[in-house]
Design a protein around this ligand. Structure first.
Ligand SMILES: Nc1ncnc2c1ncn2[C@@H]1O[C@H](COP(=O)(O)OP(=O)(O)OP(=O)(O)O)[C@@H](O)[C@H]1O
Length: 376
């Protein structure tokens, strides 16, 4: 949808911020530009909506040269979100969000209705509508920034380090929200960050740039983690590349064992029947099917197992929706080395040993990861 064709940006002082950059930004997906400070990410983003004009090359949107579009029409077809949200401090939240619809000539009532709808979409409580930006937290302001950019329903959203100024927990929430919005609305999003973890998490495709404004690699995140193009990309991806790559393999294929699982009211016969030599512990569940903890069979009192005397079961993973990385993490943190799998309702669906996960990892490495998106 957006084609960047041999684009160079040379600033008047001679700095080459972007050097013969060519890539196609796919429609209805999130494309992330990532790279060290000063590598030309912001310059590239701003050339798309012509806040900066390229020195050479062309940028085409749906086949049309952006330099031939009236700049106002172009900008209104693109939402723009920046770090610290850049809200109008003297306007209420609802009026901030309604800005572009009002510019487009919508009447006040319709623009405010739209703004209220968007507040819901980005997870803002309607009671915040009449507040001013300074009365909101950083994360809430950032949500307002996203809502404002979406207000006129533009097909393209440009986001320049939108979540960099908030703490890691709020940031994770904003990333999840963006992924949800993208799934619902199918926007074409171009996102700039210097954080490779953020790029790998939210990008459908990731453009890694190197200093001097050159493209080092343009690939889906799983492919970056599997086959970094060179030492620069490998270094930029950082440690734990192998472990992080496991996020792209579903845990759903792991074979689960249900034998070593007993309910808290299990009889002596049930305990005996479920005890096998290769499984030294049994997982005890409540009558609701949720995990209570691990116990050695000889320590379990038939009919009334005492949950307070069990070993912690650790955080379980969701078999149908989590990744191999999540399953491995559960097994590593489990006191027994066995991971507990649950369904969406939190009820135990089985258990799996570390060595079984290791085998699954070995076969996963032999196969290609799902390059479309991470299993979250
Ligand atoms: N107006 C300007 N005049 C001269 N040089 C500029 C100008 N704006 C940016 N630059 C330079 O162009 C290069 C690319 O800048 P740009 O802001 O695009 O990088 P970036 O990758 O977004 O960096 P950061 O992650 O630090 O925001 C840098 O070397 C920067 O100093």
């Amino acid at each position: 949808m957006i084609r960047i064709d041999s684009v160079t940006k040379r600033y008047p002082d001679g700095t080459v911020a972007v050097d013969r950059l060519s890539l196609d930004i796919p429609d209805r997906a999130i494309t992330v530009f990532v790279g060290p400070s000063g590598c030309g990410k912001t310059t590239t983003l701003r050339m798309i909506n012509r806040m900066i004009e390229p020195s050479e090359g062309t940028i085409l949107i749906d086949g049309k040269d952006v330099l031939k579009e009236p700049v106002n029409t172009l900008r209104r077809s693109m939402g723009y979100v920046i770090q610290n949200a850049g809200l109008f401090q003297h306007r209420t939240i609802i009026d901030n969000i309604a800005t572009v619809p009002r510019l487009l000539g919508w009447d006040k009532g319709r623009a405010r209705d739209r703004a209220r709808e968007l507040m819901g979409r980005v997870g803002l409580d309607p009671s915040l509508a009449k507040r001013y930006p300074y009365q909101l937290s950083g994360g809430q302001q950032q949500r307002v920034g996203v809502a404002r950019a979406l207000a006129a329903d533009p097909p393209v959203l440009l986001m320049d380090e939108p979540f960099s100024a908030v703490d890691p927990i709020v940031r994770k929430g904003l990333q999840d929200e963006l992924l949800r919005i993208q799934e619902e609305l199918g926007k074409t999003i171009v996102f700039v960050t210097h954080d490779i973890d953020e790029a790998v998490k939210i990008g459908t495709k990731v453009a890694v740039m190197r200093t001097g404004g050159r493209l080092a690699q343009f690939a889906p995140p799983a492919e970056l983690l599997t086959d970094p193009a060179d030492a620069f990309v490998e270094d930029f991806l950082g440690a734990d590349r192998g472990i992080r790559r496991l996020s792209f393999f579903p845990a759903a294929g792991l074979p689960l064992l249900t034998t070593p699982v007993v309910a808290v009211d299990a009889t002596a016969e049930q305990i005996a029947a479920r005890t096998t030599p290769d499984v030294p512990y049994l997982l005890v569940t409540g009558l609701d099917g949720r995990p209570l903890g691990w116990g050695e069979p000889r320590n379990l009192t038939a009919g009334r197992i005492d949950p307070t005397r069990l070993l912690a079961h650790g955080r379980p993973f969701e078999h149908a929706t989590d990744s191999l990385r999540a399953a491995l993490d559960c097994a590593v943190l489990s006191p027994t080395g066995w991971a507990v799998a649950v369904g969406a309702d939190g009820r135990v669906t089985g258990v799996v040993a570390q060595h079984t996960i290791a085998e699954a990892i070995r076969s996963a490495h032999a196969a290609r990861p799902d390059t479309e998106k991470a299993v979250r």
